[in-house]
Design a protein around this ligand. Structure first.
Ligand SMILES: [Zn+2]
Length: 351
């Protein structure tokens, strides 16, 4: 069993450790079943890998069914080596701004740019926060901003900017973990719903004086709204009475720092106008790395991606290729979904 303590600590060690398809498959299986293989068909513990194959055969003689370690995971529809997938995850996690589809295509020698793009979309999807992710707290800042967009005329206004709501934990003077979501409307239901989804009940939620947040107090949060007096440079300041004198205090500094960071990244990544869905997946990827930026061993970010990938439900091929759903499910698709459903049983989630 691969212990996290002797996990590769740098690129050299990574390539030494994962230098064969066999080593990569073994790591994938260990990550998927950390307490040993559990047959998804009968629940029996134990099995063996068939020589020259990826499939694991159930050790229960009355069952004896074979399970692919790819079934039901991100690799479900892929015939490419597990090693190639691990390399893609490695580059996405170790580089501060991820990897472009063109670079991935060249690194892995794909014939098509679309394949690289699909892989990146799949991996960004697994990096999105899930319901099982830890909730933020005990004190957070929440605000909204616009990101992206294009400037058709050098002196004209930006168009196509996307509205984003963000939460960041207060950690002393700095930031803890963050969540970002592209939203269509800036109404109370959307904003408070987002806070409810990702913030621990009872936490202190600092916002500006916007009306959309007033319902937070009735939802089990300690709402700390501050009346905005100016909004220059993206920062809003609040008036605070201290010892009888008015003090202008810059507030929500963490979330604004985070917004400007992500706005720069999105601006450099998308020189054109892109869909909300793509900006969202991009923000999820950035947030995933941002929330793990303090890891001493950067390869633990890679391990976190793999841990998510082995337990993330795969999406149908038509969806991952950005196509419309077929009117009539194909026979192959039906079999795939059945297999996926059974293969997911017994998986553990620890990401
Ligand atoms: Zn079995």
């Amino acid at each position: 069993m691969l212990q996290i303590d002797d996990f590769p600590k740098n690129e050299l060690e990574f390539h030494e450790r994962f230098n064969t398809e066999e080593a990569c498959r073994e790591y994938w299986v260990q990550t998927r079943w950390p307490d040993g293989f559990i047959c998804p068909h009968c629940g029996h513990k134990g099995g063996w890998t068939l020589k020259g194959h990826e499939e694991i055969e159930c050790a229960n003689a009355t069952c004896g069914k074979q399970t692919s370690p790819r079934a039901g995971t991100v690799l479900h529809n892929s015939e490419k080596p597990i090693r190639a997938w691990l390399l893609a995850m490695f580059h996405m996690s170790i580089n501060k701004q991820g990897i472009s589809a063109l670079r991935l295509q060249r690194l892995l020698g794909f014939g098509s740019y679309d394949t690289a793009l699909r892989w990146l979309r799949e991996l960004r999807r697994v990096m999105a926060p899930t319901a099982a992710s830890d909730k933020l707290g005990p004190e957070v800042e929440v605000d909204e901003t616009f990101v992206g967009g294009v400037q058709p005329d050098t002196k004209g206004p930006y168009v196509g900017k996307k509205l984003v709501v963000g939460i960041v934990e207060k950690n002393g003077r700095g930031c803890g973990r963050a969540r970002l979501r592209v939203i269509k409307r800036r109404d109370g239901a959307t904003l408070c719903g987002f806070v409810k989804e990702f913030v621990e009940q009872g936490s202190i939620v600092c916002t500006d004086g916007y009306q959309g947040y007033v319902e937070l107090a009735g939802m089990g949060f300690v709402h700390d709204p501050r009346t905005t007096t100016s909004g220059k440079g993206g920062n809003s300041s609040a008036l605070k009475i201290e010892g009888g004198t008015k003090v202008v205090e810059i507030h929500l500094p963490r979330i604004h720092r985070l917004f400007s960071k992500f706005d720069r990244i999105v601006a450099s990544a998308f020189q054109g106008n892109v869909s909300e869905e793509h900006i969202q997946s991009y923000l999820d990827e950035e947030c995933f790395r941002f929330n793990r930026r303090t890891f001493k061993n950067p390869l633990k970010i890679f391990h976190a991606v793999v841990t998510r990938a082995v337990t993330s439900q795969c999406v149908p091929l038509w969806k991952s290729r950005g196509r419309e759903a077929p009117d009539v499910p194909t026979k192959k698709a039906t079999i795939e979904w059945k297999l996926m459903g059974s293969a997911l049983q017994g998986c553990s989630y620890n990401g």
